[in-house]
Ligand binder design. Structure first.
Ligand code: SF4
Ligand code: SF4
Length: 369
């Protein structure tokens, strides 16, 4: 893509240089990322200087810049295209390259082999989608392989079973959704994954898909260009089950719980109410709010490939933990595997172990069943 094409595709001439995008960007100061300057260079000078690695790979694709832009532009989509150009030119951080290679070879970014993908469910009675299941639980790479996040998948299964949902999984046939591949700018690999995944979904005639990862949810909903099924995030699905009286919450969880909106669920897809409804329906639970919540929520720095790129300096997830403890929360609830990992790590690095627990909403809900 050349400068002219970038100008047209991203409507760069409509930019009024107000700086709201850079001003609202959570990593602008830390990584010296000035998205407005990138756009101006291309629009005004017709060229793009490739900036130092940390700048280009620091964006979490949180979409805050797009939400704040008064001209309705999406600066982060422009930045993803610049990443694509960098990837094509071989200018890529080594850790990003390793994650992309693993996705191509193993179907996951964690360098784990495909035949271990269903290990998380070995002690559960989870059937394959082909065995008469009506709904697909798309587990996702991090929930399938990461030992901490596997417990979220296991507790979600407990919720499905309690509500007598006829669900199935793809087992070792499941493949990376490609969300982070897209964000990292490897659009060729992303298209390959879409094709492969749609073949599998069509083979099993998938009409209903629930996933516990907002990144997979976002990709299936907004990047796959498909209408065969309407993906749901597990918080949407669980909130509906509670509404319909299919899940009775009998046990008390007498805790102060603060909810962190994941960027890919909240800002990217406008899902703010369902996770809060679930927490509020748990007997004994008291829902607290961050000052920066909903569309103003602070990014955890886990998206857009940032799970594989460490940018030096204090982390936003650390700010999140400090704010949650100051608000008096005993549990910080999340609804995304990346948020869970980054924020739980921040509990240790900020010395707050024993003061606050980080839990996915599915884990919280299973305590109340
Ligand atoms: S998507 Fe988020 S991190 Fe990336 S440039 Fe926009 S505001 Fe900054
Ligand atoms: S917020 Fe929108 S209009 Fe303002 S500088 Fe950024 S891209 Fe341009």
């Amino acid at each position: 893509m050349n400068a002219q094409e970038l100008v047209q595709k991203h409507k760069l001439l409509e930019c009024i240089q107000c700086g709201m995008c850079t001003g609202s960007c959570p990593v602008a100061k830390k990584a010296n990322l000035n998205i407005r300057r990138y756009m101006r260079e291309v629009a005004a000078l017709g060229r793009l200087t490739i900036h130092p690695e940390n700048e280009l790979w620091s964006c979490t694709t949180c979409s805050t810049c797009g939400i704040r832009c008064p001209k309705d532009l999406d600066p982060y989509e422009f930045l993803i295209d610049i990443r694509s150009m960098a990837v094509e030119g071989g200018q890529i951080a080594p850790t990003i390259r390793d994650a992309l290679e693993s996705i191509f070879k193993n179907g996951n970014p964690w360098a784990r082999i495909r035949s271990k993908r269903s290990e998380w469910s070995q002690n559960l009675n989870v059937k394959h989608i082909s065995q008469g299941a009506e709904m697909l639980y798309y587990v996702g790479c991090t929930s399938a392989y990461d030992p901490r996040i596997q417990s979220v998948a296991q507790d979600l299964v407990k919720c499905f079973e309690k509500a007598e949902i006829n669900f199935g999984v793809l087992g070792d046939e499941e493949n990376c959704c490609g969300s982070e591949v897209y964000g990292m700018g490897e659009k060729g690999l992303f298209e390959f994954l879409v094709e492969e995944n749609m073949k599998i979904f069509n083979k099993y005639n998938i009409k209903q898909l629930v996933t516990s990862c907002p990144h997979g949810f976002h990709a299936f909903k907004n990047r796959y260009n498909q209408t065969n099924f309407e993906p749901q995030h597990h918080t949407q699905f669980l909130a509906k089950l509670i509404d319909e009286g299919k899940l009775s919450l009998t046990k008390e969880v007498n805790k102060k719980i603060i909810y962190h909106d994941p960027c890919f669920l909240g800002k990217q897809n406008g899902i703010y109410e369902e996770p809060r409804k679930i927490i509020e329906s748990i007997p004994g639970a008291e829902l607290l709010e961050f000052d920066r919540s909903r569309a103003r929520s602070l990014c955890c720095e886990g998206g857009g490939g940032r799970m594989w790129v460490d940018i030096p300096g204090s982390r936003l997830s650390e700010t999140r933990v400090i704010d949650a403890v100051a608000a008096g929360a005993e549990i910080l609830a999340v609804a995304c595997p990346f948020c869970l990992l980054t924020i739980e790590d921040a509990v240790k690095t900020t010395g707050n172990e024993g003061k606050i627990q980080i839990m996915d909403i599915a884990e919280l809900l299973s305590l109340a069943l």
